[in-house]
Ligand binder design. Structure first.
Ligand SMILES: [Zn+2]
Length: 435
């Protein structure tokens, strides 16, 4: 049997070629070329061979085993196929090309055989036969996403895509602002590259496709960027502050709000190694894998008063200030002196005489700067000629708490504290109550 394959025209042997098959039933193992010559001679040499002169040869053209016609001379078909392949070859010189159908030309002897018109056969070829490339398919999770010239091209492109996501730790480290990294550590980090992998299941298969659909590297890279997820993992080191804690010690002997810091708090610092997981360069996970304490924080220690201030007086008044009694309660120069005067230098602390609430802070005619405390039990106390205020209106003040500084404001003949106690709105002699 004589078979000529088109495969000899191209690089590979994978594609459908063209077969030349001689009908072996009648003629045995005689080569096609010699046989044709013999027939030509026998058909024209002598008129006596009537039977032989009516025998003619037809070439049956089949596509994938299905006959599309028979013609007397197969040269036009051969030429059409040859030209077709050559034209594509010229356009795509680096692709392995072939036909999409198996084309066979079979020589047969006929008695008065009638062939198909050559033009019809060529038209049928033109509509059914295409040149295709044997390419490599990139299969992502079972889906073909691209065709490339060969497996090597796909592998190389995948490698360079992966390489583009390979980051050095040092780059990350700079952004973390880790100032405490020693040169040795920095060096170690720089040499530690990230681990890059592909999330999807990748396969590369052989496949046939029209030559124009075989992607060149830049297009292949773009297709991969859309269809493939590059997972990169790398480590980064960050220096973080450890906030100090506060230890509060309650002190029942001090009033609520009286806080005192005994030990100042100080933040510590730690170095944390994170594993960063990125997909196509976008951070999807950040896991702390290791940490080292650089400096322990110092706990702040403070004392906090817990004693609740009573807002109601107990009726036991104390002296509002140190000082010498300079003027008593009662008649004075024909007028009633509604309180007592205590001679004090300007700025002497003034204490509230009993528990209560500050109800007035301001200037009162004659009294100058003045403060009134309501003791919630029918008693009120008044402090006049003050130099300045310590408590504010509305404050709850405990007996003995500093509420003001004594002075010489208002109608005053010298620095002193003017002090009154009222019972149900009427001034009474403080000296009757003071302890
Ligand atoms: Zn007075």
């Amino acid at each position: 049997m004589f078979i000529e394959r088109m495969s000899s025209w191209t690089k590979g042997t994978w594609f459908h070629g063209v077969k030349f098959v001689q009908d072996t039933k009648n003629k045995g193992k005689i080569a096609f070329g010699i046989m044709a010559a013999l027939l030509l001679v026998s058909g024209t040499a002598a008129g006596g061979y009537v039977y032989q002169s009516n025998v003619n040869t037809l070439y049956h053209i089949s596509l994938d085993g299905k006959e599309i016609g028979s013609i007397e001379n197969p040269d036009a078909v051969r030429k059409w196929l040859g030209d077709r392949l050559a034209a594509e070859k010229k356009k795509y010189p680096d692709l392995a090309l072939g036909f999409n159908k198996e084309i066979s030309i079979t020589e047969k002897q006929h008695y008065n055989g009638k062939g198909t018109r050559q033009e019809d056969v060529l038209n049928k070829l033109a509509s059914a036969v295409q040149v295709e490339a044997n390419a490599a398919q990139l299969v992502v999770d079972g889906q073909v996403i691209a065709y490339a010239r060969d497996q090597k091209t796909i592998n190389q492109t995948l490698t360079s895509l992966k390489a583009s996501y390979n980051e050095k730790k040092a780059t990350q480290n700079l952004t973390a602002g880790a100032g405490n990294v020693s040169p040795e550590q920095a060096k170690q980090m720089e040499s530690d590259l990230s681990e890059v992998s592909i999330k999807e299941n990748i396969q590369i298969r052989e496949g046939k496709i029209l030559p124009e659909q075989v992607l060149k590297e830049p297009q292949l890279m773009n297709r991969m960027k859309k269809g493939v997820t590059i997972v990169s993992k790398h480590e980064t080191v960050e220096t973080l502050a450890i906030p100090y804690r506060v230890n509060v010690k309650p002190d029942p002997t001090k009033y609520r709000g009286d806080d005192k810091t005994i030990v100042q708090g100080k933040n510590g610092s730690k170095q944390v190694v994170y594993e960063l997981v990125k997909e196509n360069g976008k951070l999807v996970q950040k896991n702390a894998v290791h940490q080292k304490i650089l400096q322990q924080p110092v706990t702040k220690v403070m004392i906090r008063g817990t004693k609740v201030k009573p807002s109601r007086g107990d009726g036991q008044f104390r002296m509002p200030s140190a000082g010498i009694l300079s003027s008593p309660f009662g008649k004075r120069w024909g007028r009633i002196h509604a309180g007592i005067d205590l001679a004090t230098p300007i700025g002497t602390p003034v204490y509230t005489s009993d528990h209560g609430r500050v109800t007035f802070v301001g200037i009162k005619r004659g009294y100058g700067k003045c403060m009134i405390v309501d003791h919630g039990n029918g008693y009120q106390s008044l402090y006049g000629h003050l130099d300045g205020f310590v408590a504010k209106k509305g404050d709850i003040v405990a007996k003995g708490e500093v509420i003001a500084k004594s002075g010489n404001t208002g109608r005053s003949t010298g620095p002193h504290l003017h002090f009154e106690i009222h019972k149900d709105g009427e001034p009474i002699n403080p000296m009757l109550f003071l302890r």
